[in-house]
Ligand binder design. Structure first.
Ligand code: CP
Length: 334
């Protein structure tokens, strides 16, 4: 984390992340209802949310602060984020004016802005989010951008700590199917988080769904520094053998990025990529199941897994509250 912007877990080292996760644990057991009294959190959601929106507002309130929410185009001006365009369409205001104005009203700003999903290189560089960050002088929290969802990564690390999952254990990030091609932010953050925590990370995915080399290479560097490893395979049985964690996530094919019809045609052949109990036959008996939510039941994951004792998806979601409180506390109190 730079002095006042938290954009990507990959911008932080293991000690910084671990300290934030520890602070989240402390805030959970030691309420600080006046810590951020008088402080204001501004939230800008270009995309929908359930957990992120509710947990950031609840977390700010639990620390004594307050918040406001802007959903551009819904009661407020629609905001343009592309550079150099002639603004003669639906957008009445550009983020280069709108965001600094909002930042001037508050002490910390949180923004959710998903990938455009057209230009893979641009989304991998998080170019649009970082351009927005460049005009925001106040502390800034990324609430999911094109390639990063650091708040999810922190909550998942907190959950692994809570469960006593050993850092050297096998952590399988598996692709699962979905009716649409979803962004790369969560899988990119998850592979990095698990690598940074020191796991033996295996990315299990069908052909055509390998995560981009930029994501894998960066995770391998993090793993090397933490005593872990990162590999990938399409062999489900081999990947799941001895797994301590299966983390399911949907994402679009990088091979067909920005080509919805070709991507959908490939994905249509992969309906068996739905996690059910048979996936755990070779895993450790105490193997846990994780997913960031929202999840499509009986598309990505079978009812029996989500409703069974392996599933920790609700604990992950609850930890969004404590880890985001830790981030707000750290940004506003140092
Ligand atoms: N996991 C997550 O970010 O959930 P929401 O999209 O509901 O915020």
């Amino acid at each position: 984390m730079s002095l006042n912007h938290l954009i990507d877990l990959a911008d932080m080292d293991r000690e910084e992340v671990s300290a934030l996760v520890g602070l989240a644990g402390w805030l959970r057991t030691s309420p600080q209802p006046q810590a951020l009294a008088g402080k204001i959190l501004g939230l800008v959601f270009f995309n929908p949310s359930l957990r992120t929106l509710a947990s950031t507002q609840a977390g700010m309130a639990r620390l004594g602060g307050t918040s406001f929410v802007i959903t551009p185009g819904q009661g407020t001006w629609q905001l343009e984020s592309r550079l150099g365009v002639r603004m003669d369409g639906a957008c009445a205001e550009h983020v280069r004016e709108g965001l600094p104005v909002l930042a001037s009203f508050c002490d910390v700003l949180g923004i959710r802005s998903f990938a455009a999903g057209v230009d893979l290189a641009r989304d991998l560089a998080d170019a649009d989010f970082r351009a927005m960050a460049s005009v925001i002088p106040t502390p800034l929290v990324n609430l999911e951008s094109a390639i990063a969802h650091p708040m999810q990564g922190l909550a998942d690390w907190r959950t692994l700590d809570d469960l006593g999952i050993a850092p050297r254990s096998r952590f399988v990030l598996s692709w699962v199917t979905h009716p649409r091609a979803l962004p790369l932010a969560v899988p990119a953050t998850t592979v990095h988080m698990a690598a940074l925590r020191g796991h033996e990370v295996v990315v299990l995915r069908p052909d055509g769904y390998a995560l981009p080399p930029e994501v894998m290479d960066r995770a391998r560097v993090a793993a090397a520094a933490s005593g872990g490893s990162v590999s990938e395979t399409s062999d489900r049985q081999a990947a799941l053998a001895g797994a301590s964690v299966v983390y399911a996530k949907e994402w679009g094919s990088p091979v067909h990025y920005g080509q919805p019809a070709a991507e959908a045609a490939l994905r249509a052949t992969l309906d068996d990529w739905q996690v059910d109990e048979t996936w755990f036959a070779g895993a450790r008996a105490d193997c846990r199941f994780m997913h960031c939510l929202p999840v499509r039941r009986n598309v990505a994951v079978a009812d029996a897994v989500l409703d069974g004792t392996r599933s920790v998806v609700l604990a992950e979601a609850n930890n969004r509250l404590w880890t985001q409180m830790a981030v707000l506390y750290r940004l506003l109190r140092g």
